[in-house]
Structure formats: C-alpha cells, structure tokens
Write a protein that binds this ligand. Structure first.
Ligand SMILES: [Zn+2]
Length: 264
C-alpha cells in the first residue's frame, strides 16, 4: 500500500496484510495471513477442513474473509465406526456443520473415491479448483502442505491440484504445514506418520485461537475420540499455525514506478 512503511508488518484491524514480498527484505516468517477477501480452501476429506485447516480458516473468516471450501471425497473409506452409505451421509452432514461453525461461506463436496484420489488425473482434480475459482474469484488458495502432513496420498493429490490450478489462474497457494520439531515429536509419541518443515521452509507463523476449531472437531463424531492424536497435535501446536507458499504471490509492482506512471 502506498505510504505504508516497510519492511515492518503492522497488523491492521482485521489482522491481515497484503501478500508478503517473497525473497524481498521482509524477514520470515511473516506473522500475518494475506489480506485476501475471498479464499478457496481445497481438501481431500470431510474433517480435513477442521482437523487441519480449522484454526487458519477461523482466523480468516473471523477477519471478514469469505472462505469457500472444496472437498473432494465423502470420506466413505474411513475404518472408524460406521461404513458405506450411512458413513458417507453422516460425514457430509458433519462437514457442513463443522464448516458452518468455522464460518465457511460455501461447501462444495464432490464424490471422488476416498482413499484413491491419487488415481484421479491431477488435471481433473485441478479443473474443479479452476471452476470454483472462476465462480468465487479468491485472492488465493489454502491447502495442506504438499507432504500431505500425515503422508496420506489423498492429501497429497488434493494439494497437487491446487498449484496446478493456481498457476493457470495466477493465484497464490498457501500450504498449511507443521514445524519439523512438532512432526518428529508426534511421530515418536504416536508411531503415526507426520511430516513437517524446517524453519527455513516456513513462510508464515500466525497466531490463532483454537476454540472454534476444537468445537468443530467434536462435530466430526465418527472421526474423533478423547484419545485422538489430533488433541495432542493441537496441544503441541499451541496458538500458532505455520504455513508455506506452494505457489508464491507475484511480486507487487514497484510502487514508485507505478506512482510516477500514474501521475505522468
Ligand atoms: Zn484427511
């Protein structure tokens, strides 16, 4: 913004800022989310929007952004509790309830095969992102890190579609990630796979309030238990979320040059 001092990032009333200059003078990690008025979040499974992206989505919607959600599968392959059609219906319902609790504007739930998303051509997955981006005109896309966080191939396939669509549409893509230290600790404690990123690969570290994420997580009743690893992860993450650019925002034009041109 013209006249705004740089490189110090000052939180505005909304707690958001314009996309950071990548590779510029601003030190990393950034403390504020990009000031996108509209965001398209892309996930593989019902519950990813909450268990993974929940606190970031809450931060965005709480700051006035319209967050639209695309979820590729109905989660019918879950091995927990119910199975088949009843599980599919239940998870769709819980997805809408939890999304509503997080302030999500719209939910688009597709019927791609749960557990076999990586078998769907990436171009086909990306086309859904492109279609929704054309409808909602987001400032950027929000996805899981390309590691898939838990290494789930569905997560990786969902994430891979976003930069593909983002590149075509000129949209930046922000990936939710975990610090490597937390991922290692979770893996050691639980024996489950978690992949994080070292500090030099984390671009944003954003303060969040987890109250709504925790409430929304409880709505996914078939996927959560008092001993779920999620609770331990949220505990270790504390009130910070870490993110990285999978598709960085374009460099803003030089303001001095633009100003000179516009007044010349
Ligand atoms: Zn998932």
């Amino acid at each position: 913004m013209p006249g705004e001092p740089r490189p110090i990032a000052r939180p505005g009333p909304a707690g958001l800022r314009a996309p950071a200059q990548v590779g510029g003078a601003i030190s990393r990690p950034e403390r504020l989310l990009p000031a996108w008025g509209v965001v398209l979040a892309v996930v593989a499974h019902p519950d990813d929007e909450t268990f993974g992206l929940g606190a970031v989505v809450d931060r965005l919607t709480g700051s006035g952004a319209a967050v639209h959600l695309l979820c590729y599968t109905r989660g019918e392959a879950s091995t927990l509790n119910a199975r088949g059609a009843s599980l599919r219906r239940a998870r769709a319902k819980k997805l809408r309830q939890a999304s509503s609790a997080l302030g999500v504007a719209t939910v688009t739930l597709l019927g791609c095969p749960d557990g076999r998303l990586s078998g769907t051509p990436s171009a086909e997955l990306a086309a859904h992102v492109t279609r929704l981006a054309a409808r909602h005109r987001p400032g950027g896309l929000l996805v899981f890190d390309d590691t898939g966080i838990t290494g789930h191939p569905d997560h990786q396939a969902a994430t891979a579609a976003a930069p593909r669509a983002g590149r075509a549409a000129g949209l930046p893509v922000l990936g939710w990630t975990l610090p490597a230290t937390i991922a290692r600790r979770l893996q050691n404690e639980t024996g489950q796979t978690f992949t994080g990123q070292p500090p030099d690969r984390v671009d944003l570290c954003v303060r969040v309030d987890r109250a709504r994420q925790r409430r929304a997580a409880l709505m996914h009743a078939s996927q959560i238990s008092p001993t779920a690893v999620l609770w331990r992860r949220l505990q270790l993450q504390g009130d910070c979320e870490h993110l990285r650019w999978l598709q960085p925002p374009r460099q803003k034009p030089d303001l001095t040059t633009r100003h000179a041109n516009s007044t010349g």
